[in-house]
Design a protein around this ligand. Structure first.
Ligand code: JFZ
Length: 455
């Protein structure tokens, strides 16, 4: 454990990981669903016959020549048409559950500032749309009914609020405005936790502005206040900065928040990068589209197998994978996303033992795929099959538990042959597992390796 060399008032307040039951539960989720939904779903990445290459939920910030002069006003009037008559929270929740998601992160307010709940602190909310009904409440209730935990995504950036500033306020008027924005932010967060008492955590975003980074005391006090209001509340590392402006990790290198929240569309290359920490990875299905973009044709779309691979990658390094969905302006989850969710879910259901509650194995990553481990079961999920049908697994002689049995799929025992290659200085023993002739090598599959109990 590092010694704190820099005295900090607003740094990390904890050493080591949380051990309480709420966090234990978070740790066992493995798979989550992200939903980016708001008025940006109406233009869906397009405006007046022009397409926008960036992420569709950012379309408001586009100010190219082709944009109308009153672009911002126009965007900020979209809510007057927001009427997602196809929205069916129960359907979404069922789909998420079938995918194997144990939690959902839902955008209550993205950078555009539009509130999917009837906030009493602004008029820019769902209440003033033709749809009127509280969407956050419907999501919370429907997902909870399926046993899926709910986390509220909240953007500190708010392009709609008059007091919002990205740069540090310079004039007295700026400062007054920004103080008002801070009050507004605090009010909304307390409002969310009060209105939706079953929400387990807050997933913060849009916290990189210089103005916000300066708010180390305010943000630290607010985080403490929110935690007091909701014991067990889970908040990631992307909320606040310390007094030196360090984000995620404070000036002493200690993580702020309950888990590392920096894995946005990327995964750690090795366990060493994230060892000893909790973390989540949030992943889009197209390259970088969170909100609905009607055009998916011009980019690579991740397959269910891609996501299965990422899921095992995450779990094998003690992280959770969160797969994003961007429903359209009417409230439909697009067909492609639905199909991917279904395929992923089928696989996850059949191989759930290797995923939920399974953790880092303590072994080097196998060339065939990933190891995960639970008690005396070591799971090998194979993505790269051997052409000779023989998996040769090097296991360090020093590994406390020895493989004693290999089982494919449900119950089929596979031959397991221990080979001492007897090579000079070799620290490994080799376990050869022969796959049956008919094994389908076009799909990932799991081999359960029973280990003897360590002494
Ligand atoms: C942010 C948002 O701007 C985006 O629209 C989406 O909501 C996503 C989940 O979060 O985008 C980010 C946030 C963090 C990084 C990159 C993009 N990052 O840490 O590299």
């Amino acid at each position: 454990p590092a010694i704190d060399t820099i005295p900090l008032k607003y740094g990390s307040h904890r050493t080591g990981n949380r051990t309480d039951s709420v966090m234990q539960r978070w740790r066992s989720y493995a798979l989550g669903q992200f939903i980016h939904w708001g008025v940006y779903a109406i233009p869906g990445g397009h405006w007046e016959d022009k397409s926008y290459n960036g992420a569709a939920e950012w379309i408001r910030s586009w100010s190219g020549n082709t944009a109308p002069n009153d672009w911002k006003n126009t965007y900020d009037n979209l809510y007057k048409q927001f009427n997602p008559t196809d929205f069916n929270a129960a359907k979404w929740a069922k789909q998420a559950k079938n995918m194997g998601a144990k939690y959902v992160i839902f955008t209550t307010k993205h950078h555009d500032g539009f509130c999917m709940w009837p906030s009493k602190y602004t008029d820019y909310t769902i209440k003033n749309t033709p749809y009127k009904k509280d969407i956050v409440k419907q999501v919370v209730d429907a997902y909870n009914a399926e046993g899926v935990d709910v986390y509220l995504y909240f953007s500190i950036i708010d392009w709609n609020h008059k007091g919002y500033r990205s740069g540090v306020p310079k004039t007295p008027a700026d400062s007054v405005a920004y103080e008002d924005f801070k009050k507004f932010t605090r009010n909304q967060l307390i409002e969310l936790l009060t209105k939706y008492p079953t929400a387990k955590g807050l997933w913060f975003d849009g916290t990189w502005d210089a103005a916000w980074v300066k708010q180390s005391k305010f943000a630290d006090d607010l985080e403490k206040e929110l935690r007091k209001l909701r014991p067990g509340l889970i908040i990631g590392s992307r909320f606040r900065a310390d007094e030196y402006g360090k984000r995620h990790f404070d000036s002493n290198g200690k993580m702020m928040g309950d888990y590392e929240q920096g894995w946005e569309r990327k995964l750690p290359a090795s366990i060493d990068v994230v060892k000893g920490r909790d973390w989540d990875c949030v992943m889009t299905i197209p390259p970088n589209q969170w909100g609905y973009n009607s055009d998916w044709k011009s980019s690579y779309i991740k397959t269910a197998n891609d996501l299965t691979n990422m899921l095992l990658h995450a779990v094998s390094m003690n992280g959770n994978l969160v797969v994003n969905f961007g429903p359209d302006g009417k409230g439909n989850i697009r067909t492609e996303e639905g199909q991917t969710a279904e395929k992923l879910g089928e696989w996850v259901k059949q191989n759930s033992e290797a995923i939920y509650g399974a953790r880092y194995s303590g072994l080097p990553k196998p060339e065939y795929g990933y190891y995960t481990k639970k008690d005396n079961k070591l799971y090998l999920t194979v993505f790269n099959s051997p052409v000779n049908h023989i998996l040769r697994l090097p296991i360090p002689r020093s590994y406390a538990q020895k493989p004693i049995k290999a089982i494919l799929g449900n119950q089929q025992s596979l031959p397991l042959v221990v080979t001492d290659m007897g090579m000079s200085g070799d620290a490994n023993l080799y376990y050869d597992i022969t796959l049956p002739e008919g094994q389908n090598l076009n799909q990932p599959f799991v081999i359960t390796i029973e280990l003897n109990q360590s002494k």
